[in-house]
Design a protein around this ligand. Structure first.
Ligand code: FAD
Length: 355
């Protein structure tokens, strides 16, 4: 998804773009994720990513509108609104404090237990919830496909089943990528290979410090009325999809590239579902997916120049759906020689690799 956003932004700006994908489009983490675009918690985190979170929602919505208009396809962006439920008094106090300190545009309201029951009658028992009317979601695999189709409309070419084996470079400047089919040359390369980004050696032989943090999610078909809003709780979340399904996220496990879905994944996520909305205990199980969140040592993405001719856009951890659009825009601005609208210094890969 991150690579697709970069490709679309660059192609629409007039760059000649070639996308090289090892397997098929939308088969990585962007296939597994529930696709929640919920910037509130990140915007209040005090971390460098707060700057991305503040612009994530309007940037995502605008990019999707453009891509859908360019292609006639849909990414399933819906402004469902989200309830951040409070289980403990300390949580309630923290959420109430955010009402006056959160960035504008998120449309926050505190709902006490009675108001919460009215808004979401099938929810379990909670002290209350911070309601964020602006928070949204997408179908992440569709979003990825729409972005790439839009890039193609602007002249990009996409080569699936073609893995990058390495970079070619001359005197420290990256000049192309090596694949089994040969070398693709260009003025600028972008590494957006998700959790596998560290597999591509940089010109000095070093590697990006990106590791996989495995996660799983379920899709359920409710047997009785469930939730209408996104629900975030400490141990998981529920995304009610436009087609009536409820997607339950998400486990997180430092298990390398452990494939597939385990019995524990399913049990843990089923527990999340029925704790948040008890009627989901009777929901029909539809599917479970797992993927690998691309994760850096400080959990902050790598966005920016890594070497002459080379930009990286990876390491988005739990936030890659939410930050794909703004990352694509920042990468385009950076490659075009413009001043990026968000300061890229905190995201520089040079905090881990030599300059
Ligand atoms: C269970 C789960 C729940 C999540 N929930 C959310 C959420 O609600 N909201 C949110 O914002 N984020 C969420 N995330 C995180 C989000 O999914 C990721 O941050 C995001 O998808 C990363 O996108 P990406 O494009 O960097 O990586 P990917 O989607 O993994 O794409 C990387 C692509 O690179 C390709 N590739 C790898 N190596 C090579 C190579 N050598 N040559 C060519 N191609 C290569 C892969 O085949 C893959 O297609 C979740 C993740 C998981 C797993």
């Amino acid at each position: 998804m991150v690579g697709a956003a970069c490709a679309y932004e660059l192609a629409a700006a007039g760059f000649e773009v070639i996308v090289v994908e090892r397997y098929a489009v939308a088969t990585g983490a962007s296939w597994a994720a529930p696709g929640l675009v919920g910037p509130l918690v990140e915007a209040m985190s005090g971390k460098p990513t707060a700057a991305l979170a503040r612009v994530a929602l309007p940037t995502t919505e605008a990019l999707i509108q453009r891509a859908e208009a360019d292609t006639g396809l849909v990414a399933g962006f819906v402004r469902t609104g989200a309830l951040h439920v409070a289980e403990a008094a300390a949580e309630e106090a923290a959420f109430r404090a955010w009402l006056s300190t959160a960035p504008p545009g998120l449309e926050l309201e505190w709902l006490d237990d009675a108001a919460l029951r009215e808004a979401e009658p099938h929810l379990g028992a909670f002290r209350g919830a911070l309601y964020c009317a602006a928070e949204s979601q997408v179908y992440p695999a569709d979003y990825t496909r729409v972005l790439l189709a839009a890039a193609v409309r602007h002249g990009a070419s996409v080569h699936e089943g073609r893995g990058v084996l390495g970079l070619t470079h001359r005197a420290g400047t990256v000049t192309g990528v090596l694949t089994a089919e040969g070398v693709e040359e260009g003025d600028h390369m972008v590494i957006a290979a998700g959790a596998w980004s560290g597999g591509i050696a940089l010109p000095d032989g070093s590697r990006l410090p990106v590791r996989p943090l495995r996660g799983a999610r379920l899709a359920l078909a409710p047997a009785a009325p469930a939730n209408r809003h996104i629900v975030y709780a400490e141990h998981g979340d529920l995304g009610p999809k436009p087609n009536g399904e409820v997607w339950v996220g998400a486990t997180e496990e430092d298990a390398g590239f452990l494939p597939g879905v385990t019995a524990t994944d399913v049990a843990d996520l089923a527990q999340v579902a029925r704790t948040l909305v008890p009627s989901l205990a009777a929901a029909r199980f539809l599917e479970a997916r797992s993927g690998y969140r691309p994760t850096t040592p400080d959990y902050v993405p790598l966005i920016g120049s890594a070497a002459p001719g080379l930009t990286v856009a990876t390491g988005h951890w739990r936030k890659g759906v939410m930050f794909a659009a703004i990352t694509g825009r920042l990468v385009r601005q950076s490659i075009a020689g413009e001043t990026p609208e968000v300061d890229l210094a905190p995201f520089s890969p040079h905090r881990f690799i030599a300059s």
